[in-house]
Design a protein around this ligand. Structure first.
Ligand SMILES: Cc1cc2nc3c(=O)[nH]c(=O)nc-3n(C[C@H](O)[C@H](O)[C@H](O)COP(=O)(O)OP(=O)(O)OC[C@H]3O[C@@H](n4cnc5c(N)ncnc54)[C@H](O)[C@@H]3O)c2cc1C
Ligand code: FES
Length: 322
């Protein structure tokens, strides 16, 4: 297997998954029918797990009915939903990059909608998400007043997660734009817990709203509010990178934002780590349907609902989202 390819589910209670049974595991060469092992050891031997599980996958994620505890319009087409979930689901959705797949219970499975978890309350066993009403899936989801179908937990909402996980006592630049302010909240919380010094830029983006201040006010950050993709915004970021020693940039927004920031970071030649939100179109979340596929530089297909790899592989291989 390629040394930079990892599977977000490897070693979890959902591994081995469907792909193990069809010879398509992202990580394990034995499960591809090879005699040799060249996996990126992730603390668990997936082949061993498969063998001891009777040569079959472990359980897959099922859907549950989740009660809507709160449903509020917070700005024009932006809706906050607070959902009651089991304790175990709550705990599994704490880490940065967590998302769930939501659907109006009266609709068929092709209305499944991936939505980032913005906040988790373990005490109340609730999660909070922010939904932007756009097309058929999100409109139908919002028509559901009492409960939604919820599938999860899913974790690959961020590419470059290992950069976040290893970071302690460092300086970090977080830039969050539009609806992607929501997935930035758990990132800010996590990096703050690890005593990193966070500089935060919030950009209202297309939704023309900054909505996470209330969720991050515990941490005494002083966000700069600006249009990052304007000429002035990009030159401000350039200036910040020139005059500060950042260990990580976290870009939360569209692929266009990611590309702009990655280019500016590279131009600095300071070897700054880069993580970003995953903007691929996700349907099954299980590496099966192919909706999230991108072509890597070597022509291999990467299922980005599961794969962790270099951010460049995803940005260069994928469709650009506006
Ligand atoms: C990991 C992840 C986390 C997300 N978190 C949030 C969130 O917290 N809040 C939020 O409002 N939106 C979030 N989204 C985007 C949300 O899933 C899409 O806006 C939604 O699926 C659009 O569906 P639609 O039918 O309403 O609109 P459409 O008219 O079908 O699509 C509108 C836009 O959404 C994109 N889109 C459509 N289907 C998908 C899909 N299955 N996966 C990803 N993008 C899609 C399209 O490319 C298009 O750009 C997230 C997407 C991903 C992949
Ligand atoms: S969303 Fe189905 S394969 Fe990734």
């Amino acid at each position: 297997m390629d040394s930079h390819i990892r599977c977000i589910d490897a070693g979890s209670e959902y591994c081995p998954c469907f792909l193990s049974e069809t010879g398509d595991c992202i990580v394990c060469s034995h499960l591809h029918g090879n005699d040799f092992c060249d996996c990126n050891w992730c603390g668990t031997c997936i082949f061993n797990e498969f063998y001891w599980n009777g040569l079959q996958m472990k359980k897959s994620r099922g859907s549950i009915l989740s009660r809507i505890v709160d449903h509020q319009f917070i700005h024009r087409d932006l809706i906050l939903l607070t959902l009651q979930v089991p304790q175990s689901m709550c705990r599994a959705l704490i880490q940065p990059g967590s998302y769930v797949i939501l659907r109006n219970p009266e609709k068929p499975s092709y209305f499944d909608t991936p939505i980032s978890v913005m906040e988790v309350s373990e005490e109340k066993s609730q999660i909070t998400v922010i939904l932007q009403e756009i097309g058929a899936k999100t409109k139908s989801l919002l028509a559901s007043e009492k409960e939604v179908l919820l599938k999860g937990p899913y974790w690959n909402g961020i590419i470059g997660l290992e950069h976040l996980k290893n970071l302690k006592n460092k300086k970090v630049l977080i830039i969050a734009r539009g609806i992607a302010q929501a997935p930035a909240v758990p990132v800010i919380k996590y990096l703050h817990k690890n005593k990193n010094n966070i500089m935060l830029i919030l950009d209202p983006g297309n939704i023309q709203s900054v909505f996470i201040e209330k969720y991050i006010n515990l941490w005494n950050l002083e966000p700069i509010i600006m249009d990052v993709r304007s000429e002035a915004g990009l030159s401000h970021v350039k200036n910040l990178l020139q005059h500060n020693e950042f260990s990580l940039i976290f870009s939360s927004g569209s692929d266009l934002l990611h590309q702009d920031l990655l280019q500016i970071a590279k131009d600095q030649e300071k070897n700054i780590a880069f993580s970003m939100t995953n903007n691929r179109e996700i349907c099954c979340g299980e590496g099966v349907c192919g909706a999230c596929s991108v072509f890597a530089k070597d022509g291999k297909v990467l299922k980005v609902c599961k794969v962790q790899t270099f951010v460049e592989e995803i940005l260069q291989g994928g469709t650009v989202h506006g």
